[in-house]
Ligand binder design. Structure first.
Ligand SMILES: [Zn+2]
Length: 178
């Protein structure tokens, strides 16, 4: 398990969610994960974040700066979509807290890092200007094997804009995958 301990968690200490959820993460894949499609159905119009909504009515307005996510879930989804599509490094950088985005640039965040397949929001909490989202995102690794990026992300709202602070990440293999 990868634990990044430099995180400014004092800033989000009121959100018990993350502390609670730390105890939930274990080294195995929960049974319910097997009931979730490995890849969400994609049509030309559907949003890459697996919401089932059209892209134009889901993440696109956020990625293009026409609207700001009002919830941590919306921000989380739109950031996943930005990673999946590539080319939205400016958005990822802008929605990343300056304290934890050091060394990152819009350019460095624009590349497609992984072959993302699907997103599942497990849980989320929002309390004032603090929030957290637990999600599982599936991707194909360099050997074509299905893997799961399981993360608890922390967010804060700065001047009306939700930004990603950091997360606790665990990479899991997806048993039963073809
Ligand atoms: Zn979306």
């Amino acid at each position: 398990m990868e634990l990044r301990s430099h995180l400014p968690y004092a800033a989000i200490s009121k959100v018990d969610f993350l502390q609670l959820k730390q105890t939930v993460i274990r080294g195995t894949v929960s049974p319910e994960i097997l009931n979730i499609p490995d890849k969400c159905s994609m049509s030309l119009e559907s949003c890459p974040c697996c919401s089932g909504k059209p892209f134009t009515k889901c993440c696109q307005p956020y990625l293009t700066g026409k609207a700001k996510p009002k919830t941590v879930k919306q921000l989380m989804r739109s950031r996943y979509t930005a990673y999946k599509l590539g080319g939205y490094g400016e958005y990822l950088w802008r929605t990343w807290h300056p304290n934890t985005s050091k060394g990152l640039t819009p350019q460095s965040l624009s590349g497609k890092t992984r072959d993302w397949q699907s997103l599942e929001i497990v849980d989320s909490v929002q309390e004032g200007d603090k929030g957290g989202v637990e999600f599982r995102a599936r991707y194909l690794d360099e050997h074509g094997e299905l893997k799961c990026h399981h993360e608890m992300s922390a967010f804060v709202r700065v001047k009306g804009q939700w930004v990603y602070v950091d997360g606790k990440v665990q990479l899991e293999s997806v048993s039963g995958a073809a």
